[in-house]
Design a protein around this ligand. Sequence first.
Ligand code: NAP
Length: 257
Amino acid sequence: MAKMIDLFDMTGKVAIVTGASKGIGAAIAKGLAEQGAKVVICSRKQESLDLYTTALEKEGISITGIECNVSDEEQLKNLVNKTIELYEGIDVLVNCAATNPMFGPIEEMESSLFDKMINVNVKSIFTLSNLCLPSMRQRGGGSIINISSVEGLKPSPNLGIYSVTKAAVNMLTKSQAKEWGSDNIRANAICPGLVKTKLSAGIWKNAAFLQAFTERLPISKMAMPPEMVGLALYLASDAGSYTTGGIFNSDGGYMIS
Ligand SMILES: NC(=O)c1ccc[n+]([C@@H]2O[C@H](COP(=O)([O-])OP(=O)(O)OC[C@H]3O[C@@H](n4cnc5c(N)ncnc54)[C@H](OP(=O)(O)O)[C@@H]3O)[C@@H](O)[C@H]2O)c1
C-alpha cells in the first residue's frame, strides 16, 4: 500500500521557480528537486544562477538556470518556451521574484518606483501564470504558488507600496484559484514573515530592530529560507490536492503577535 509520505513525491513533475538564485526561491527550488521534480530557476543574472546550480551539482542535485527578468514579457516567454523544449511541459509554477527598492513613506515614493514594483511583484505573476496555463491544462492540472508576504495582510510603516503589491498578489491568487480550479489547476499564496535573505537585510542587519521584532513573536526568531520549503512542497504536490485559493502564513506567529 502506498504511504502517505509518497504524496509529496514530485517525480515526473516539472517546476519553474522565479527569483531563485538565492533566498527563499533557491531553497524551494532545491526542495522540489530533492523530491524528484525537474526544476528550472530564473533570476536576472546568469552568473548568479550558474553559481547556485554549480553548488547544487556538488550535492548531486541538477537544476537548470535560465536568465530572465520577470518584468520583461519577452524574457518570460523565453523562459516558458525553453522549459517546455527541455521537459515537455510545466506542472508547477512558483512565483517568487519580487523587489522592494524603497524603505520610506508613501508620499516620497517616485512614480517610476511604484510602476517597477507593480511590474515585478504583481504583473509578472499575472503574465507568467497565463503563459504557463496552456501547458498545465494540457497536462491535466497544475499548481501555482505565489510568494506573497505578511505585508499583504498587515502593512508596516515604510513598506506601504510593497504591502499594496503583496495584497494584490493575494487577490490575484484567489482569482486564479477560482477561474482555473475546473482545470485542476490550484493556486495558493505563501505569506512569509521575516526571513534572513538579501531582500530583508535592511531589517535584520539593524540589531536593535531585530531584537525588538523577534521578542514579540511567538517563535522568537527570524526564519531561514529552508523553513519556507515544507509548505511549498505541500502546495506543489499531491499532498495539497484539495488545497486551493489559500493564503498561508509562515511567519513565526507574526500575524497573531
Ligand atoms: N525575506 C523576507 O523576509 C521576506 C518576507 C516576506 C516575503 N518575502 C518574499 O519572498 C520572495 C523572495 O524574497 P527573498 O527574501 O528570498 O529575496 P532575495 O534573497 O533577495 O532573492 C531574490 C531573488 O530574486 C531574483 N530577482 C530579483 N529581481 C528579479 C527580477 N526582476 N526578475 C527575476 N529575478 C529577480 C534575485 O536574483 P537576481 O538579483 O540575480 O535577479 C534573487 O534570486 C519575494 O517575493 C519576497 O517579497 C520575503
